[in-house]
Design a binder for this molecule. Structure first.
Ligand SMILES: [Zn+2]
Length: 163
């Protein structure tokens, strides 16, 4: 059986601002309205359950809150984006522009870009870790995370839980 939490309907979403190296619209600061949907698949427990829904929701919500109303910075190659850390925040040089971003507004992500694919892979790994204590790997076979970044664009990734 499969159980799915639909990000938009369940309020599992986060708004953020980012910029990407290059030309065009995305080279300036711009917003995204992300949502995270999660599907768990496996066999039911003796009590007829796959997973405690509220615990699943709590874990996804905690991750969304970490990223909500923040500026996301990825580790792009230094040739295209330089980030200098200062006491109060980050000096970012990109696209022939210089930004100063206060520390409390920024989440730095250990990923090579903010493409929806890279962000989805990162969030799937984070969720798999966060859900580890509540997912019964003897019964559950896979976890699928779908990241919707708005504009009809989404990426999804399925990871095996068993084995
Ligand atoms: Zn973007």
């Amino acid at each position: 059986m499969k159980l799915r939490l639909s990000g938009r309907e369940a309020g599992l979403d986060f708004q953020n601002v980012h910029l990407v190296p290059g030309r065009g619209k995305c080279s300036g600061l711009h917003p995204h309205f992300h949502s995270l949907s999660v599907t768990v698949e496996g066999e039911l427990s003796e009590r007829g359950m796959l997973v405690h829904l509220y615990r699943l929701k709590d874990a996804v919500r905690a991750l969304c809150e970490e990223l909500d109303h923040r500026v996301l910075l990825a580790d792009y190659p230094p040739a295209v984006m330089q980030i200098r850390e200062e006491d109060a925040g980050y000096q970012v040089e990109v696209n022939d522009k210089r930004y100063f971003l206060p520390r409390q507004d920024v989440v730095r992500l250990p990923i090579g870009s903010l493409n929806v694919e890279d962000l989805c892979r990162y969030l799937t790994a984070r969720l798999a870790d966060a859900l580890d204590p509540i997912l019964d790997r003897d019964r559950l076979t896979s976890l699928t995370v779908e990241l919707d970044e708005g504009g009809g664009q989404a990426a999804s990734l399925t990871v095996a839980l068993r084995g």
